[in-house]
Design a protein. Structure first.
Ligand SMILES: Cc1cc2nc3c(=O)[nH]c(=O)nc-3n(C[C@H](O)[C@H](O)[C@H](O)COP(=O)(O)OP(=O)(O)OC[C@H]3O[C@@H](n4cnc5c(N)ncnc54)[C@H](O)[C@@H]3O)c2cc1C
Ligand code: FES
Ligand code: FES
Lengths: 291, 165
């Protein structure tokens, strides 16, 4: 029987209350969102917070998906199931969110697991982080006194299980720029249903007048964080979409990622899969963008 | 032990007031404090779904939820599925009729996850094999090979449709 180590528990009554509690507890506390990463880690003693602050009472403040101007804003406590089922997300970003959420964990986990928890866990194999990296989303962090800062994913994810969120800060929202002529796709290879990826690739394109005007490519589980494949993005923007071009981008992803050999497969295999999935995701994203 | 926290939950329609350690998992509360041992612990690592129950109507892996998080919540476990006179729930009927179990270890979790799946479903028309398989991805069975579990859930969905029609 696995049980977390003894700890204290409190509920947050608002975002600012949660931050005040984090501040008062001086680095000994952790935010509890869906709990599907934190509680298993506490059971294994990989996380040993003396205190957990439950933000689940903040549904009305932090669970939302809305459009504001040229941005989609997603609250930190938005559940995977909400993103899977969101008509707004599938209209504005076809089909990247729905594809990623459909293969992320399983329906029971998706009922409670959150946007904020996924990003803050900073697991390099995360599907949703890959999507946010590809879409060049930004994280809104709030600290003591209501001070907010907005950071890009490069700055947000520092390494495996490490983010730039300070002990007295909370992630409150993710902001994602919208594009006309958008198409996206998420490709994943997993050992079995509901598992983390062996490799996953997220592709986001905007195509207008036959030219690629925006490109985002990210790979999961092949580096210290969900990796941004910058070389491929640079190669795409301004070009006309073509299978040749997407094949070249796949080669770049394979070359630029840095997988480890582990129980999910040897590094050279993962490198190969990263290339194949990147090409596939780009070509499906392009088909959606021009349709 | 860490401080204890007051907890009020309604489990299968019955209200309970308890003082529990903050670290106590919901599955341990249900099994060890309330004696509701129908909710099983399989993997203890959030993977197998044997511990699935409904928290405010939504399926949750109770080995991955703190009991105190359920303060004020309505919880349904497998013990709460049958009617007051013991008549089986459509899903229980389905598992019985279609041989949806062998050892039965995974069955309570399967039934609770299937209850969420059927509850959420907006499409009319019979539920497809694929829909059931996707819907139960969070629940592992080491015995049956899943075929009869899928048939059991389809049978239950069909029976509920007939009742509704
Ligand atoms: C069986 C299983 C399979 C899974 N498979 C996949 C998969 O295939 N793909 C995938 O991408 N993910 C998978 N996951 C992970 C799932 O997506 C988790 O739900 C997610 O990683 C964490 O979200 P959470 O809300 O549960 O976070 P929690 O566990 O509550 O928190 C995770 C971390 O983030 C911190 N945190 C949470 N919210 C905030 C916030 N707002 N501000 C600051 N810090 C915060 C917590 O303190 C903690 O350190 C799986 C999980 C399980 C149990
Ligand atoms: S015991 Fe909870 S998921 Fe396996
Ligand atoms: S019937 Fe034995 S585990 Fe499913």
């Amino acid at each position: 029987m696995q049980t977390p180590a003894p700890c204290e528990y409190s509920r947050a009554t608002s975002v600012d209350d949660a931050i005040a509690q984090l501040q008062a507890l001086g680095g000994n506390a952790r935010i509890l969102a869906g709990g599907y990463s934190l509680i298993p880690m506490m059971k294994l003693r990989l996380a040993n917070p003396g205190h957990v602050i439950d933000i689940n009472p903040l549904e009305s403040e932090l669970n939302y998906i809305r459009q504001e101007g040229n941005e989609i804003r997603i609250g930190a406590l938005t559940r995977h199931v909400n993103m899977l089922e969101s008509d707004l997300l599938s209209q504005v970003f076809p089909h990247i969110f729905r594809e990623a959420e459909a293969v992320l964990a399983d329906p029971v986990v998706r009922n409670r697991g959150t946007m904020g928890g996924s990003l803050c866990q900073s697991d390099p194999a995360e599907d949703l982080s890959g999507v946010v990296v590809a879409l060049k989303g930004e994280a809104v962090l709030r600290g003591p006194g209501g001070a907010e800062r907005v950071v890009g994913m490069e700055e947000f994810h520092l390494g495996p299980y490490m983010t730039s969120v300070q002990p007295t800060e909370m992630l409150i929202e993710v902001r994602i720029p919208t594009h006309s002529g958008f198409g996206g796709a998420h490709e994943k290879v997993e050992r079995r249903a509901g598992d983390f990826a062996i490799v996953a690739a997220s592709a986001a394109l905007a195509i207008e007048g036959g030219r690629i005007t925006f490109a985002g490519v990210a790979c999961s589980a092949v580096g210290p964080t969900t990796l941004h494949i910058e070389r491929a993005e640079k190669a795409l923007v301004g070009q006309a979409p073509s299978e040749d071009l997407f094949a070249q981008c796949g080669q770049m992803a394979a070359a630029d990622c840095s997988p480890n050999s582990d129980g999910r497969g040897p590094a050279d295999y993962k490198r190969h899969v990263a290339g194949v999935l990147t090409t596939r995701a780009l070509s499906r994203a392009a088909a959606t963008a021009v349709s | 032990m860490g401080a204890t926290v007051a907890l009020q939950v309604t489990v299968n329609g019955e209200s309970h007031d308890s003082e529990v350690p903050a670290r106590m998992l919901l599955v341990h509360y249900l099994r060890d404090e309330l004696g509701l041992t129908g909710t099983h612990v399989g993997c203890d690592t959030s993977n197998c779904g044997a511990c699935t129950c409904l928290v405010d109507g939504e399926s949750a892996k109770s080995c991955t939820v703190l009991a105190v998080q359920c303060d004020g919540a309505q919880i349904t476990t497998i013990e709460g599925m049958a009617g007051p006179d013991g008549e089986l729930h459509a899903l229980q009927e389905g598992f019985w009729a279609e041989h949806g179990l062998q050892c039965g270890y995974c069955t309570p979790g399967m039934i609770m996850a299937a209850a969420d799946l059927l509850e959420r479903r907006t499409a009319d028309g019979p539920i497809s094999e694929q829909e059931v398989r996707k819907g139960l991805e969070g629940n592992l069975c080491r015995c049956t090979g899943y075929h009869n579990i899928v048939k059991a859930v389809q049978a239950a969905a069909e029976a509920s449709r007939e009742v509704a029609a």
